[in-house]
Design a protein around this ligand. Structure first.
Ligand code: ZN
Length: 297
């Protein structure tokens, strides 16, 4: 196996995963790098991929699945650059710069959540469905959408985490942490929002802590809004916050409540169990999505 592999980067807010592989071979070799400053992180990813290419042969293409917001329009002057991001120091970073010099290696770029939606649709929880949405609830709240095998872009890319919810019952004292909107979904219900509410890390919050009731309500509202606005066949929920085992059943019940019986296929708890699901590819949906992006480059 010396030729025919693809290179992939899943560029996240806390870690970057770099890999060589293909959808047929899976991930052949990979590494995790901590997300530090842009220059060091990009240099480390570039160095690792160069070394991997030395061992396995030059990649046929590179797929990058990045946290956003990021310019995805190849015709735009800042194609491949991160836009204004709350992540300190990263606004304006050109994610493609170190890799443009690779001869004959085309680059495909998309958001990490669009890539996760792509891999779950092709290989995971959305197999056989013609549309799929992927919501990640972690450092931020992101939405990726695949329709008939294509990721949804346009003006930018979906940014449903910045929609504004109705306030959950009893959630009166917390202003939210989004630097743009305060109490959008991301400002109220992302991982950092939960930590700000609690004053300590999530792992230390017991199952019966009232914060989980509030969280389930917001995530249920968000799923209901995505179902109403985009009508995906299924919604996959991933990200660090979703590791809390009791959250998924609780948010399904709240989504059912907020839909109010309006969508005929989603009128029962059993239908909701099949509609709102965890990622079938687990933690690998992002990097596998980046490999699929490379294969389409
Ligand atoms: Zn916001």
């Amino acid at each position: 196996m010396t030729r025919g592999l693809y290179a992939a980067i899943e560029a996240g807010g806390t870690k970057w995963v770099c890999a060589l592989g293909s959808s047929a071979d899976g991930v052949v070799t990979s590494t995790r790098l901590p997300t530090v400053d842009p220059q060091s992180t990009l240099a480390a990813a570039h160095r690792w991929l160069e070394q991997a290419a030395h061992t396995f042969g030059p990649p046929r293409a590179l797929g990058i699945a990045s946290f956003g917001p990021v310019e995805l329009d190849p015709a735009a002057p800042h194609y491949g650059c991160l836009l204004d991001t709350p992540k300190r120091g990263w606004s304006g970073t050109d994610l493609l710069a170190p890799f443009r010099a690779w001869p004959g290696v085309p680059i495909a770029l998309d958001t990490d959540v669009n890539a996760a939606a792509l891999s779950e649709q092709a290989l995971g929880a959305g197999r056989g469905l013609d549309s799929l949405a992927y919501l990640t609830i972690g450092t931020g709240i992101g939405l990726g959408v695949v329709v008939h095998g294509r990721m949804l872009h346009g003006l930018l890319h979906p940014e449903a985490g910045h929609l504004t919810p109705r306030r959950a019952a009893g959630d009166t004292g917390f202003a939210g942490i989004c630097p743009f909107h305060g109490d959008c979904f991301e400002g109220l219900a992302s991982g950092p929002a939960l930590v700000a509410r609690l004053g300590h890390e999530l792992g230390d919050a017991p199952d019966d802590h009232p914060v989980w009731t509030i969280e389930a309500d917001y995530l249920g509202q968000l799923c209901a809004q995505v179902a109403l606005a985009l009508s995906p066949r299924r919604i996959v929920l991933g990200g660090g916050v979703m590791q809390h085992a009791k959250l998924l059943p609780a948010l399904r019940a709240r989504a059912l409540h907020w839909l109010g019986g309006y969508l005929p296929p989603l009128r029962t708890a059993a239908a909701m169990d099949d509609y709102l699901v965890p990622p079938a590819l687990g933690q690998r949906s992002g990097i596998l999505g980046a490999l699929l992006l490379a294969e389409r480059a």
